[in-house]
Design a binder for this molecule. Structure first.
Ligand SMILES: [Mg+2]
Length: 264
């Protein structure tokens, strides 16, 4: 299970490269030294790809900008490929800026829908720390009039310095309840969309890639559904006693430095 067995890496960011503001050096130094193409991916839809790219480069990882994927960008690309150009967003700049870069119109003001007759083709939903009743109402009305319901991810919580805070999944659930239907698509891990996009960018088959992540139920479960080999690092969310036994295609290591030192 050594790096030389793979042609490319898919690397989760939070819990692999950093915890909050703190870099995880045992993992970073290995990634800096490996001569393999890598795509970095995250379910986080609040931050743009450009900001992640800055952060990666500041940590010494030389990454082309095409090799950074967020669920906000992947959602925008999914819409673009379907010719959808008019949206309502319940979310933050990690969604709106990616839509704008792909030439997709968006509204975030619920009055556009509730009072001015704006009818989007899709409602794009992620974590929105300015969520309001009016936004939920505008999303519900749009979906009931035929707009697609696109969820960037359904993570229940996300980690903060003071403990878990409500994640995009909490926002998606509220809208799902009001609209009376599930999302037409969920973009983020463990759903296949972002993994497929990463393989497409890297031009490799699933068996030729390795997914490195810290979260069992998203990174590892999602990778294995597509038959991508997976490496769980215990530097983030999932701890050793939470790992199910005997899962084929998965290796568990303390961190990437230990991975390199371990048996072939
Ligand atoms: Mg993570």
């Amino acid at each position: 299970m050594k790096p030389s067995r793979y042609r490319a890496l898919l690397v989760d960011m939070d819990g692999v490269l950093w915890r909050g503001q703190e870099p995880i050096e045992e993992n970073l130094k290995v990634l800096r030294a490996l001569d393999l193409p890598m795509v970095f991916l995250t379910n986080n839809s609040t931050t743009t790809r450009a900001r992640y790219l800055e952060r990666l480069r500041a940590l010494g990882l030389e990454v082309p900008e095409t090799h950074v994927l967020t669920s906000g960008y992947a959602a925008a690309l999914w819409l673009k490929r379907r010719g959808i150009l008019k949206t309502f967003v319940i979310g933050e700049e990690g969604i709106t800026q990616e839509l704008e870069l792909l030439g997709i119109r968006y509204e975030t003001d619920p009055d556009a829908v509730l009072q001015r007759g704006y009818q989007p083709e899709a409602v794009v939903v992620g974590l929105d720390r300015r969520l309001s009743y009016a936004k939920l109402w505008a999303g519900q009305r749009s979906i009931q009039k035929g707009a697609l319901f696109v969820a960037t991810n359904t993570d229940a919580t996300y980690p903060t310095e003071t403990g878990p805070a409500p994640g995009a999944g909490a926002v998606v659930s509220a809208l799902q309840t009001a609209a009376g239907r599930e999302p037409h698509i969920v973009i983020g891990k463990p759903q296949p969309q972002m993994f497929r996009l990463a393989l497409e960018i890297l031009k490799v088959e699933p068996e030729q890639a390795l997914m490195i992540g810290d979260r069992w139920d998203t990174d590892i479960v999602g990778a294995r559904r597509l038959k991508i080999p997976a490496l769980l690092v215990l530097t983030g969310v999932t701890s050793a006693d939470e790992v199910p036994s005997g899962t084929e295609g998965v290796t568990v290591v303390q961190n990437l430095s230990r991975w390199l030192q371990g048996p072939a």
